[in-house]
Design a protein around this ligand. Structure first.
Ligand SMILES: CC(C)(COP(=O)(O)OP(=O)(O)OC[C@H]1O[C@@H](n2cnc3c(N)ncnc32)[C@H](O)[C@@H]1OP(=O)(O)O)[C@@H](O)C(=O)NCCC(=O)NCCS
Length: 168
């Protein structure tokens, strides 16, 4: 399969924060943001693989800053690395308020698996990073995958070579 660039999967979704999206103190409800990120990341993984994809794991979420009612939220997702049938997707989130500069408020990492119509995992194309940031995210993806597989009980810590190398 021919390698693709992360930019081919880039997915940007912009939407407002409405009253039904907020918690009792009028900030965006965390679960609503998780759903928006899941949708954008799912589209990015489908653009990369050309297949149906399912969320296999939410590897990391950092709610850096509260997002108030009425803000405009932009969610940008890109595949950072592809393995056999799975893909790591990085999600960056920015907020815009009236008369204020655009500000990054959140970052997350999800894992998707490409599947056929019966839900069986299928192979995905590899990825070739282009920019320094894409290269950095690509390089770290293997150890994040090993950590996620350990937590899911699918990899023995002793076999997580890339992860162990961090502590040497
Ligand atoms: C995700 C799913 C397809 C994996 O199927 P499986 O039979 O466990 O298949 P495997 O163990 O062979 O794993 C397939 C791939 O997923 C990866 N994977 C599975 N669990 C993972 C996890 N927790 N973290 C990271 N990668 C994971 C495996 O490493 C493998 O990737 P690779 O082919 O690139 O090496 C299956 O568990 C599933 O359908 N889960 C439900 C998904 C879903 O419904 N999501 C949306 C609602 S929350």
């Amino acid at each position: 399969m021919q390698a693709k660039h992360p930019s081919a999967s880039k997915t940007v979704m912009t939407d407002m924060v409405l009253p039904s999206d907020t918690n009792p103190i009028n900030n965006l409800f965390g679960g609503e943001l998780l759903a928006r990120m899941d949708r954008a990341a799912c589209i990015a993984a489908e653009r990369h693989s050309g297949q149906i994809v399912v969320t296999a794991s939410v590897n990391h979420v950092h709610f850096r800053k509260a997002v108030p009612l009425g803000s405009v939220l932009t969610v940008e997702a890109k595949v950072s690395r592809a393995f056999g049938t799975s893909m790591e997707v990085f999600i960056d989130v920015w907020m815009e308020e009236l008369n204020a500069p655009k500000e990054k408020v959140n970052e997350a990492i999800y894992t998707f698996v490409a599947v056929n119509k019966t839900g069986t995992p299928v192979a995905v194309p590899p990825i070739t990073p282009e920019t320094p940031l894409e290269q950095e995210r690509y390089d770290g993806a293997l150890r994040r995958r090993q950590l996620s597989l350990i937590l899911a009980g699918k990899l023995k810590p002793d076999d997580a070579t890339e992860l162990k190398a961090l502590f040497r």
